[in-house]
Every structure is written in structure tokens, then in C-alpha cells.
Design a protein around this ligand. Sequence first.
Ligand SMILES: Nc1ncnc2c1ncn2[C@@H]1O[C@H](COP(=O)(O)OP(=O)(O)O)[C@@H](O)[C@H]1O
Ligand SMILES: [Mg+2]
Length: 270
Amino acid sequence: MKVISVLNQKGGVAKTTTTLNVGACLAAKGYRVLLIDLDPQANLTMGLGVEVEDLKYAVNDTLLDPDEVPLEMILKQIGDLPLYLAPGHIDLAETEFKLISSAGREYRLKNALEALLENHKFDFIFIDGPPSLGVLTQNGIVACSHFLIPTEPKFYAFAGIDTLNRMIVRLTKDLRFKVDVMGVLITMFERGTKLHLEVAEAIHEQFGDKVFKTIIYKNIKLSESESQGIPIIIYDKRAPGALNYDALAEEIIERSGEPLPDDPGVGLFA
Ligand SMILES: Nc1ncnc2c1ncn2[C@@H]1O[C@H](COP(=O)(O)OP(=O)(O)O)[C@@H](O)[C@H]1O
Ligand SMILES: [Mg+2]
């Protein structure tokens, strides 16, 4: 089982789109998949067609009181797929604020997940992070075995990934745990755009084989399907976005066979 945190402190780089669609593609192949929405904007939850107003409990309740509201209690199955969602909620913003002054604040999600996994089996768990580097993101990092960084092919990407990498290295050293990089994913690539081609090449130079071979091209069907609350693989399985995310799912399956490194603390892209 792999727990993959989808991270980038920049908003609008396709964290949620990637979590939702790669999760659905893996579930469509028969894997048991859990998606966790850690973003107060709850875009993942809405993008899967779950009405946030109708929820009695969401992941913010679990983070604040895991004994009273265990993860098991908030899970929603999506359609007929072996795809489950731990929904997010706007109150996550307040939860983050409350957690700042509480003991063991970084471990809330990890502990809740461990309790869930005592009775439930999943092949892949994806955590959709918020566009910030606060306590919620830290919970996402502490709970994961791997992280995946989506990025647009724009020059700001390098500074952003560097900041994120430094934070992950510091956290793993301070709290003494291991994580490994699953990959850097180039998203919203526009064919025929010279700048995108140049930056994509530079990203490959910088991060080498950490970059996924699969590139996610810009495809309006991805936005359409999200606004309908349906994963692209079900909305239009022949759309370029569906084919791209299916290829990414295959690559993640392949990469997941790799063992964890012995010493990830020195620099994750070394
Ligand atoms: N490959 C793509 N082609 C076209 N639109 C996309 C693509 N990926 C994401 N989008 C759209 O871009 C917006 C931001 O994506 P999102 O996944 O919400 O980013 P993040 O979670 O990083 O903030 C959304 O409206 C989404 O539908
Ligand atoms: Mg998002």
C-alpha cells in the first residue's frame, strides 16, 4: 500500500485534478483507492459530486477528534468503483488554526489513517493538499510514504519545488521519518507553446528520472468533467485528459514496485 501526498503550495497547478482522476483510473483498474481532501476549498469533494452541505462530518472533524469521529465514519464511496473519499470542508481552515497550538499536531492524519487501516485495506491512498505549507500540509507529509508534485511548465515551478523540498527534508529530519518522491508531474502542457517546451526540458534536466514520462496536456474536458462531479475516465474515456491520467496511473503502478530508499534525509532529488 502506498500513501501518496499530492503537494504544491501554488494553487491551480492541478493537484486536485490529478488526485481525483488518477484515483478514479486506478479504481477503474480494480485497485482499492482512498482519496483524502485536506483542502478547505473542498474542490476534490465537489469534483466527485459530493454535496458538502449535506455532510454530517468531514475530515476536519476527524483531525480535531479522531476518537469521536474516526475516518471510517466519514468515508463515502464514489459510484460503483472501489473508490472512497474522506471529504473536505471549509471548516478545515479553522481546524488548521486550532491545531497550531495543540500537541502532536502533525500526527493527526497519520494516526487516523493507521486506525482506519486496522480494519480496511486500500492499495493506494492519495492526499490532496491545500495551496500552502501550514499544518494541514504537514499532516499530509507526515502521513504519506511518497509525494507527487504536479507543476505547470512555467518558470516559477523551480523556486516552488525547491521551497517544498526543503520543507519536506526539514520535517523528515525533525520528526525522524522517511518519505520518498513518487514523481514530478508536468500538467496543463500546451502543445506548440515554445515556453512550455523549454520549461518542460528544464524540468527534465533538473529532476531527471523523477519526472513522470506521462505529461498531462491541457484539455477542457478535464474542467468540464470536474464541474459535472464525474471523473474524466467515466465522463469521456476517450478524451485526451482521460488517456493522459490513465497513462499516469500505469506509471504509478510501475513506480510503486520500487522499494523505499534507505536514506532519504539528505535531499530528495539528490
Ligand atoms: N490538464 C488540464 N487541462 C485543462 N484544465 C485543467 C487541467 N488540469 C486542471 N485543470 C483545471 O485547472 C483548474 C485548477 O486545477 P486544480 O486541480 O483545481 O488545481 P489545484 O488543486 O492545484 O489548485 C481547475 O479548474 C481544473 O479543472
Ligand atoms: Mg486543489
